[in-house]
Design a protein around this ligand. Structure first.
Ligand SMILES: Nc1nc2c(ncn2[C@@H]2O[C@H](COP(=O)(O)OP(=O)(O)OP(=O)(O)O)[C@@H](O)[C@H]2O)c(=O)[nH]1
Ligand SMILES: [Mg+2]
Length: 322
């Protein structure tokens, strides 16, 4: 995928950026001249340009390193729609870009004012005025910078999906053992807890038997309810199903130790069958606790029983699909 995971720098707070700007400007020196006025004018202009360069390059770096949401793969696009306020995101970037332009024009304006002055004090006065105005432009985008830093944290934590790798998505009710299965059959190390809804986002793992590489996606638990009633964690699972899976493994827990009965679980399975036109393999987990006489594949993530067979099913299916 790349684009979404390009390095985004930490976004400084307004005050930090103002400090950085002044710190650099303070260090500026110019060659000694016996003409005090000429020297002070040069110095003031050099400081203004340095302050400008620091502020503008920092702000432009932000604008250039955040991704254009609309250009991302639909999975990321919809995930970010869910996790970020897209309007605020766009508005923040355009305000930051505006601020950079504003500081550039202030710098030109004050530099040319200083060129025209006839007294040292006037040069100093205009230099100070520039500092004040540049700092206030940066203060004006305080909220926008904070929002971008928040967005950065979200973007950095997005799962690093390989959109061109054959992909299986593991889905089912909460607590049925999805994460435990994924951790046993792939490199992923999702958190496994004895309470429902542990998995709060999409977790990726990979499986490689030397012949085929398969991406395995663990999803948060889903309840059987309409999309508009789903919370944002469940919606992430839906997005993985919609945009990433070529195959769904639907995990059932006939022991019902997950806290949900089979009837509810089967209703969800039927709902997914009706709404996603992706092949679904349904399996019964926790076979160490309960083995029904259904014809479904029986596995136990806990003991490992049946996992090889599950892997074979997945590999055969995805190999023939590719
Ligand atoms: N006895 C038994 N327990 C299992 C098995 N698989 C998972 N568990 C237990 O079931 C509980 C839930 O497992 P998870 O893997 O976290 O379930 P999940 O489906 O990922 O749950 P959510 O992320 O909340 O949707 C944990 O306590 C697991 O140890 C199994 O095959 N047998
Ligand atoms: Mg889980």
């Amino acid at each position: 995928m790349g684009a979404v995971h390009t390095k985004i720098p930490t976004v400084l707070k307004s005050e930090e950026l103002i400090d950085k700007m002044f710190r650099h400007a303070k260090k500026v020196e110019v060659g000694y001249s016996r003409n005090r006025l000429a020297m002070e004018k040069n110095l003031s202009i050099a400081k203004i340009y340095t302050a400008r360069d620091v502020a503008v390059s920092t702000l432009r770096k932000y604008v250039n390193s955040f991704p254009y949401i609309n250009k991302l793969h639909p999975f990321y696009r919809s995930l970010l729609d869910l996790l970020l306020d897209k309007n605020q995101y766009k508005k923040s970037l355009s305000s930051v870009n505006w601020a950079a332009g504003r500081i550039e024009s202030l710098a030109s304006k004050y530099a040319s004012k200083i060129k025209g002055v006839g007294k040292v004090e006037e040069a100093l006065k205009f230099r100070k005025q520039f500092y004040g105005r540049a700092a206030s432009v940066i203060k004006d985008i305080r909220k926008e910078l904070e929002y971008l830093n928040y967005a950065r944290d979200i973007i950095r934590k997005l799962p690093d999906v390989r959109v061109d790798e054959p992909t299986v998505v593991i889905a089912g009710y909460p607590n049925v053992g999805k994460s435990e299965i994924v951790s046993k059959i792939s490199t992923a190390k999702p958190e496994i807890a004895s309470y429902p809804f542990t998995t709060k986002g999409i977790v990726l793992g990979h499986f490689d038997n030397g012949q085929i590489k398969i991406q395995v996606i663990d999803t948060p638990g889903l309840l059987d309810r309409p999309l508009e009633k789903r919370n944002s964690i469940e919606k992430q699972a839906i997005l993985a199903l919609r945009y990433l899976g070529q195959l769904i493994v639907f995990v059932l827990d006939p022991s019902e130790s997950c806290g949900y009965n089979m009837e509810e679980q089967l209703r969800l399975l039927e709902e997914l069958r009706a709404n996603f036109h992706i092949p679904i393999i349904d399996v019964e987990n926790k076979a160490d606790l309960v083995k029904t006489n259904s014809s479904r594949l029986k596995i136990s993530a806990k003991t490992g029983d049946g996992l090889d067979e599950l892997i074979n099913h997945i590999v055969n299916f995805l190999s023939s699909a590719y």
